[in-house]
Write a protein that binds this ligand. Structure first.
Ligand code: NAI
Ligand code: MG
Length: 357
């Protein structure tokens, strides 16, 4: 099969980690008999420095024409001047909007070899494997907002709005993901207080009953979910929720495995290319030293094959190779806990050595 990928290395450690993911993808192509092509384009700080725009038009065009996009990270102290006209992050927000990426997928998987990196007790965390789907383009972050009055009586508002189609499409995506995993889906809302949550709950229940009777479905209130996540994380499989609740819960959940350098994410739209990236930032403190952990980006590449190209065995092969690397005791500095560590390139090469069909 042929596939054409756009790489957006970005800033800081972005180019170092994306390069390792590319080498892994090239090995997968060889191993499985595919033809992958790669084109790198600019986003973020480097794009501001080069042409004054954090998301140049040629980057948008290339992304639209791609099968999928792999991003490193954007930003850094160099572009933090508050008086600057534009910031690197603006490029990231714009590309999500341009491509209509309405669903953010964040798997929270604890590799058993890294159980001691978690701030939680082994008994609680062991076996945790959750896939979050956060609605990304609606809800309170995009609702009507403004201010009224002035001075001591000034007030501000921001409204949460969800429509039937917005709920249907994210619930369908989540239910399909659940079918490909253990067949369990949890929807998180605040239906005891918020009207858009009541609509969400009603639409989700209908979609699940009519289209996914095989998926075991339940609902949890967001405040309870915040507790359950650190109390019994392994009870959850796929979790779907709105924009703001997802923002907060996925940040909470990403701390469970205790290793930022290991977690990938995906942003998906309707049919168009998906955008895949590590959840961490550009780590300017370690950029250029070849010590960054490339595994989150390599796992993002696995998600890319799974969700955008339907290449399940290929994605499994990458994830299994990462598991073997950890089982063999190889660690980058961020997960080594003071023991011996290897660099970015050695880690990428170790994954490639352990790839098998
Ligand atoms: P960060 O995630 O870049 O770094 C936090 C800490 O984790 C640092 O000590 C860093 O060295 C370490 N770290 C992160 N990724 C690592 C990896 N792969 N291997 C080893 N260690 C790793 O977050 P921070 O420091 O808050 O932000 C730095 C810059 O990144 C800022 O300009 C921020 O705006 C940007 N950022 C960009 C994101 C994106 O492009 N999606 C997301 C988050 C932050
Ligand atoms: Mg956030």
């Amino acid at each position: 099969m042929k596939a054409n990928f756009v790489l957006l290395p970005g800033d800081g450690i972005g180019p170092e980690i994306v390069q390792q993911a590319r080498l892994v993808l090239e090995s997968v192509a060889k191993l499985f008999g595919h033809e992958f092509s790669f084109a790198s384009h600019m986003i973020g700080g480097i794009a501001i420095d080069t042409c004054g725009d954090p998301l140049p038009p040629e980057t948008i065009e290339a992304c639209r024409a791609a099968d999928a996009i792999l991003l490193g990270a954007v930003g850094g102290p160099k572009w933090d001047d508050p008086s600057a006209k534009t910031r690197p992050e603006a490029g990231l927000l714009k590309i999500r909007k341009e491509l209509g990426l309405f669903a953010n997928l964040r798997p929270i998987k604890l590799f058993k070899e890294l159980v001691d990196a978690s701030p939680l007790k082994r008994e609680i965390i062991e076996g945790t494997d959750i896939l979050f789907l956060r609605e990304l383009t609606g809800g309170i972050y995009f609702g009507p907002s403004g201010r009224t009055g002035s001075g001591d009586t000034e007030s501000a508002f921001q409204s949460m709005v969800y429509s039937v189609p917005e709920v249907e499409r994210i619930v369908r995506l989540a239910a399909k993901a659940a079918q490909g995993r253990s067949g369990r889906l949890t929807s998180v809302d605040k239906a005891n207080v918020l009207e858009p949550s009541r609509l969400w709950r009603q639409v989700a229940a209908r979609v699940m009953a009519e289209e996914f009777p095989d998926v075991q479905y339940d609902v949890v209130l967001v405040d309870s979910m915040a507790m359950h996540l650190i109390n019994r994380p392994k009870d959850f499989d796929v979790v779907v929720t709105g924009n703001m609740f997802g923002d907060i819960l996925t940040d909470e959940a990403s701390m469970l495995p205790g290793s930022l350098g290991m977690l990938p994410s995906a942003s998906l739209g309707d049919g168009g290319p998906g955008l895949y990236e590590p959840i961490h930032g550009s780590a300017p403190d370690i950029a250029g030293k070849s010590i960054a952990n490339p595994l989150a980006t390599i796992l993002a590449a696995a998600m890319m094959l799974r969700h955008s190209l339907d290449m399940q065995p290929e994605a499994d092969a990458i994830e299994a190779a990462v598991g073997r690397v950890l089982a063999d005791g190889l660690r980058t500095m961020d997960i080594a806990r003071g023991a011996d560590s290897i660099g970015t390139e050695a880690m990428g090469a170790a994954v490639i050595e352990r790839l098998s069909v």
